[in-house]
Design a protein around this ligand. Structure first.
Ligand code: ATP
Ligand code: MG
Ligand code: MG
Ligand code: MG
Length: 447
């Protein structure tokens, strides 16, 4: 007979059991960075540090810890689905960008100190891509001219961008390295490029609608990217480094940078209406540009028209600061003491807190696992439930920590949970409401 022993493994455990997550095993709840004076600083950054969502590495360089990474992955899924629905195709370009591309566009010089530059062993110069107009347009040029039938083309990536910011600030809001979604589009002419521009702006609106935090779409500056038309997406917030001019009468929404030097009243659209412009600080989170032929003419990104003539494509580019959106939403929603997430990107949806050790601990624990397994079967909740198994701590303390971390739902298994009928205390973070529900009512609420 074969005496070989199968090593101990959890292969025998049910799928649900293997999916369970216990707080004691998470890289979480170290509480190293006590928030300082939250009334003056940037509360989202301090709360994200304190709650181990991010950690400091160097100025403008942060670690995304598991909770931060989970939230970002969810945000990326929303962005991907809307970019694909708009016709986008995802790619990934090298971060190292040859200096020759950037010299060709003139931006090697014009970008100035924000560009991180380096040399390889053969003394060839590169920059770490802060944006990818040059690299992507030369990719398109390599397959040019393409048939007009194949346009528009909409290519995008979600990658790290590098900018040697003069003043990195407020954690993920202004890093020197950050995650950006950047899309680049190619059309046959201005008219069709404008339709693409509108389609991508609409996709941005859908992304921001799905996130669910109030935003403003404003006319923006074209800056060093160039082009003739641009719109920015902003979250109004005190820590924002941009200023928006908003008129509640004529509907004007414009970045103050763009309005500088213009007589304020002349900005308003409707003549004869006395306008009422207010200034609002805001965080720029997205930026759409119509580029025209600025890059396509330099790099020869071309197509053949129906008569076989080679023509220059009309381009657009569209940036979305993924890590900046992540923190900006938290900045808008959080209180001074508690992290608040848009529900769709909260790292976990549910935290279950069973009674403290001693009081029929095993029964409470068993119930917690049962509820966790049952919830995990619901669509949208797979992998979204954690059990705070640190039963050495009181329910009160664990509840406080869970609330500080901003789980959308906190379930407390106290005495009433073991009585008949069994009642679970459900705290809904977004409303601040607490209710006692039967298991069936809980499942209905969560499905
Ligand atoms: P800002 O005015 O804040 O410096 P920008 O106008 O230079 O931003 P864009 O070149 O328009 O930025 O880049 C597209 C998007 O990338 C921005 O709308 C923003 O969401 C994000 N972004 C830009 N710089 C940073 C940064 N340093 N850290 C995090 N996100 C950034
Ligand atoms: Mg900038
Ligand atoms: Mg800007
Ligand atoms: Mg911008």
């Amino acid at each position: 007979t074969n005496s070989y022993q199968v090593p101990h493994s959890d292969h025998g455990r049910s799928t649900a059991a293997r999916r369970r997550r216990y707080v004691s095993t998470l890289f979480q709840n170290f509480g190293q960075n006590q928030p300082k004076d939250l009334s003056s600083g940037c509360r989202s950054h301090q709360l994200m540090l304190y709650n181990d969502v991010v950690a400091h590495c160097h100025p403008g360089g942060l670690h995304l810890l598991p909770f931060g990474q989970r939230a970002m992955d969810k945000l990326i899924r929303i962005i991907d689905s809307e970019m694909e629905a708009a016709g986008g195709q995802k790619i990934s370009m090298p971060t190292l960008a040859p200096a020759e591309f950037w010299k060709k566009s003139g931006r090697w010089e014009s970008t100035g100190d924000e560009l991180f530059t380096l040399k390889d062993r053969h003394e060839q110069e590169y920059c770490l891509g802060p944006t990818h107009e040059e690299v992507l347009t030369s990719l398109f040029a390599a397959v040019s001219p393409v048939s007009y039938r194949r346009l528009p083309q909409m290519l995008y990536q979600i990658t790290r961008k590098f900018r040697d910011e003069m003043a990195p600030k407020h954690g993920l809001l202004r890093g020197r390295e950050f995650e950006m979604k950047d899309m680049y589009t190619f059309d046959v002419d201005e008219q069709s490029a404008m339709r693409t521009y509108e389609a991508v702006c609409d996709a941005y609106c859908r992304i921001f609608d799905r996130i669910g935090v109030g935003y403003v779409k404003a006319q923006g500056t074209t800056g060093n990217i160039g082009g003739s038309l641009s719109h920015e997406f902003h979250y109004p917030a005190k820590v924002g480094e941009d200023t928006l001019l908003l008129c509640d009468r004529c509907g004007l929404q414009i970045n103050k940078e763009l309005a500088d030097g213009v007589v304020r009243e002349e900005l308003c659209k409707e003549q004869g209406v006395e306008c009422r412009l207010t200034e609002t600080p805001a965080i720029e989170v997205g930026h759409c540009f119509y580029l025209g032929t600025k890059y396509s003419s330099v790099f020869s990104a071309t197509y053949t028209d129906d008569a076989g003539k080679v023509r220059t494509t009309h381009m657009g580019c569209y940036g979305l600061g993924v890590t900046r959106v992540l923190q900006a939403t938290v900045e808008v929603l959080s209180t001074e003491r508690q992290l608040r997430w848009p529900a769709v990107i909260a790292p976990y949806q549910v935290c279950i807190i069973p009674q403290m050790e001693g009081f029929e601990e095993e029964l409470y624990f068993q119930l917690a696992e049962e509820i966790s397994d049952q919830l995990s079967e619901l669509p949208g909740l797979r992998g979204e439930v954690v059990i705070d198994d640190r039963t050495q701590f009181t329910i009160g303390r664990r509840q406080y920590e869970a609330s500080r971390l901003g789980y959308p739902y906190i379930l407390i298994l106290g005495k009433k949970a073991l009585q008949k009928p069994s009642l679970i205390e459900v705290q809904e973070t977004s409303t601040g409401e607490t209710s006692f529900l039967s298991r069936e009512q809980l499942m209905n609420l969560m499905s």
